[in-house]
Design a protein around this ligand. Structure first.
Ligand SMILES: Cc1ncc(C[n+]2csc(CCOP(=O)(O)OP(=O)(O)O)c2C)c(N)n1
Ligand SMILES: [Mg+2]
Length: 609
């Protein structure tokens, strides 16, 4: 057997370079890195030597780097995944939130935090957490519950089994998610004689599991029996590459489609069968059809509470749920009729079984009414009052082309965008709403733009999220990864303040002015963004925003536009109740009233299905 003598870190990099996806692209196109003593000498040396063959990108915050990596994978429909390496201790711990984000969203990312010395010679090393009862624990154990595959590399030859398992997880449609290889720092630097064939080029094909014959038959029968079926398209439609099959299926069988946050843009917004967003932040059209549907057909959806209106949305007493999902875990939720399969294959197989069967789609007026409501709330304001998020969204929509990618994660914007954004083509809508993690937006924008350098990436972010994490704006400037950032400054956590008041609470600790303070908060966002060498400007109104967006599209680097908005307004039209537990006893009459309506609303919930 021919062997090659390399350090474990050099072997990891060499192995990663040799992995391809079925398009022939690098499966792992490069690595984000912030070094410390836990990875600089070992992995740092190996990454430097790899040069352009395996690019290393330096971020400013470990969580931010991982957000960029995860957004890249999402924007590439899970066809590729980036690696992220950190030092031990705080560098690694900073990345745990991002691991959870990737886990919830089922997105692939290869996390390589450094770990303490396997030989324990310098024990305890700087930044080492010491467990009094368990000598094997390190900070990296925090990754276990938020990783789909976790391994600790305490000997070089562990990579011979760990790396193939890591790739198998990243490319498996069901297990897909974060992989953590905690890499002991002494092991990274240790040499080993590796079998040469370990580094042979390998292609990882996407598995597309076919449906079970009985399940697909039962699913077809359920559709044949349904009078008012509704399809709910989730993120799995994108990841399975099933957008075209979904359109064909809906058209052939007369079944309308509603979209989840992850599923949005599966059908173009102007498709006559696209009823728009479903659920808590849904359109009136989709939610009206959902309330009456006798068969709810989930395609690639996890049925999270925003989709189901906390399971109070589907109110037809005879309704059934059919769940087409590659993961049995999702397909059996709420006693659904399960169809475990790749979405693309399943839709085509079902279609063949259905023949020329077609249901009667809902009257076009439902869709038209909703589009009227959208036009009303997104139109420019008449007077000079502070604009709403919806009016800002209208301006962004008017100023962007159909290739634009609008990106967001937390605050009031995801709900408004879900309802109102008219997506032109698949992947034009990038919303991280599995974890809805404040601070994803700018870092995520970097990953989305790296995935689609030829499309405008428009990051829409609230002041709260911007303050939580903005440092990858400097990374975007440094790497020439241009973002258009629209920063909506409503002076605080507007959506949580609205939720607080809606549950009977008093405005408290959300908006900056209602938080304990000595000096009123005054943040100069333009100066802040400009200090990171981005182009930054503040606009006075919607007309100013539209003009600035044109300048931003022509800019040669990241361009931040700040606009003051009204924290009190969100779109009333559409939407659905959401289960947020209201206190059972309280000194506030408003809370007692809210509790009464809450108990009333709970009567529509069907958690026991
Ligand atoms: C990391 C994280 N912390 C807390 C929350 C809870 N949370 C959701 S939205 C929000 C406020 C966001 O403020 P901002 O970005 O200004 O948006 P706005 O609500 O004003 O539209 C908070 C605190 C979260 N989603 N993520
Ligand atoms: Mg805000």
């Amino acid at each position: 057997m021919t062997t090659i003598r390399l350090t474990a870190a050099q072997a990891m990099v060499r192995y990663l370079i040799a992995q391809k996806n079925e398009e022939g692209e690098p499966l792992i196109p490069g690595c984000w890195a912030i070094f410390g003593h836990g990875n600089v000498a070992g992995l740092g040396e190996a990454l430097q030597a790899a040069g352009d063959e395996f690019p290393t990108w330096r971020g400013h915050n470990e969580q931010g780097m991982a957000h960029a990596a995860i957004a890249y994978a999402k924007a590439r429909n899970r066809r590729q995944a980036m690696a992220v390496t950190t030092s031990i201790g705080p560098g690694a711990a900073n990345m745990v939130t991002a691991a959870a984000l990737a886990h919830v969203n089922r997105l692939p990312v290869l996390l390589v935090p450094g770990d303490v010395f396997a030989n324990r010679a310098p024990d305890p090393v700087l930044q080492q957490v010491e467990d009094f009862e368990d000598g094997t624990v390190s900070v990296n154990d925090c990754f276990r519950p938020v990783s789909r595959y976790f391994d600790r590399i305490t000997r070089p030859e562990h990579l011979l089994t760990a790396l193939p398992r890591a790739m198998a997880t990243l490319t498996d449609p069901v297990a897909c998610g974060p992989v953590t290889l905690a890499f002991c720092q002494d092991v990274q630097a240790e040499a080993f004689d590796w079998p040469e064939n370990f580094f042979a080029q390998k292609t990882w094909r996407r598995r597309r599991p076919r449906a079970d014959r009985m399940e697909v038959q039962a699913a077809a029968e359920a559709i044949l029996a349904a009078k008012t079926p509704l399809i709910i398209a989730g993120g799995g439609v994108h990841y399975a590459g099933a957008c075209a099959s979904l359109a064909a299926f809906a058209e052939a069988h007369g079944i309308p489609v509603a979209e989840t946050q992850a599923g949005k843009s599966a059908l173009p917004a102007d498709h006559p069968l696209n009823l728009g967003a479903i659920g808590v932040t849904g359109s009136s059209a989709a939610n009206a059809v959902a309330a009456k549907a006798d068969l709810v057909i989930g395609v690639g959806t996890r049925f999270q509470d925003f989709t189901t209106g906390s399971w109070a949305l589907f109110r037809n007493p005879d309704r059934r749920i059919l769940s087409i999902n590659v993961a049995a875990y999702d397909a059996m939720k709420h006693d659904a009729l399960s169809l475990v399969a790749d979405a693309d294959g399943a839709l085509n197989e079902l279609s063949a079984l259905l023949g020329d069967h077609a249901a009667t789609p809902p009257a076009p007026a439902l869709r038209a009414e909703w589009l009227d409501a959208v036009a009303k709330v997104t139109a420019p304001p008449a007077g000079n009052a502070l604009p709403s998020d919806a009016q800002v969204i209208g301006a962004v929509q008017r100023a962007s082309d159909e290739n634009a990618i609008v990106l967001g994660a937390a605050g009031g914007l995801p709900g408004e965008l879900h309802k109102l954004w008219q997506a032109g083509r698949p992947n034009g809508y990038h919303m991280e709403y599995g974890f809805s993690c404040m601070g994803y937006e700018i870092a995520g924008g970097v990953g989305a733009k790296m995935a689609h350098p030829d499309r405008d990436v428009i990051v829409m972010v609230g002041d709260g999220s911007y303050m939580m994490m903005n440092s990858e704006l400097a990374t975007s400037v440094m790497l020439g990864v241009k973002l258009i950032v629209v920063l909506l400054d409503n002076r605080g956590f507007g959506c949580i303040d609205r939720l607080q008041r809606a549950t009977g609470g008093e405005s408290f600790n959300n908006l900056l002015d209602t938080a304990r303070h000595v000096q009123p908060s005054a943040i100069d966002f333009t100066a802040h963004a400009a200090s990171m060498n981005a182009i930054a400007e503040k606009v006075d109104d919607i007309a100013g925003l539209e003009a600035a967006l044109q300048r931003a599209r022509a800019s040669d680097r990241s361009h931040v536009i700040v606009i003051d908005t009204d924290p009190r307004i969100s779109t009333d039209a559409g939407g659905h109740w959401w289960d947020v537990a209201v206190p059972e006893v309280s000194g506030r009459t408003e809370v007692r009233a809210a509790r009464q309506s809450y108990e009333q609303a709970l009567t529509h919930q069907r958690p026991a299905d």
